[in-house]
Design a protein around this ligand. Sequence first.
Ligand SMILES: [Zn+2]
Length: 269
Amino acid sequence: MNPLWLLTALPAAWLLRRSWWLKDIPGLPVLVYHKIGNPPPNSSLKDLWVTPENFEKQVIWLKEKGYETISFSRLASMHKEKKPLKGNEILITFDDGYENNYRYAWPILAKHKSIGNIFVVYNTIGKTNIWHNPKTEPWIDMADEKMLLEMQESGWIEFGSHTMNHPKLTQIPYEDAVWEIRESKKQLEGLLKREMTAFAYPYGLGAYDEKIRKAVLDAGYVLDFSFTQGKTSWPWQREFKTIDRLFIKKNENLWDLSLHIKKGKSKVF
Ligand SMILES: [Zn+2]
């Protein structure tokens, strides 16, 4: 193959893979992160780790571009009052409740006066991510009760539920799934003394299962978040679908972030 041809084709493929040529889509952008830090060498989910440096750059960029980071409770009241978006609202969410969220993400958010929202797995508070196979994804510390309370008191972090044990809700008996959904709301409200308005489905499982989704709504959650890449039109038609999210991966840059927010994804293939 002619090397000159490759010199043109590779950058072209890199560029075309990005979504810049798609139409902008309206709706609410909800970013989702997991771990802030550097992945351990044996992690099989390295993409889910964003370095504190990159995370801080992203938080600063959002601020500079005029985005307003909002909390679950604010979004819940916007939904209840059927308020439209001003257009610059964005949610920063974290799944699972890792200690590195406390160590790295929270100070960065507080420093830049930005709001984050963390979905907590109640039975793993102060423990580790035991739902992962430690051979492929090492067990690391989860935030403990003191950390959760400290973050909440700062006003820069709010919490939602991510069940009691992070199960695959569609693969356990229905009564157990209902318990995971209801009990985590009750326990988190007991601990944090605040209403838990938001729920995220572990692995996204249950977000499209009519019975499980009904259990989430019947439990009293106002907002439920899927694990599907995309944006959700607002005002939100809750009866039809969960709220989609934008996955920010390890090596994505600020251009990727802007594409996620405008186009609903940064890469087309
Ligand atoms: Zn999770």
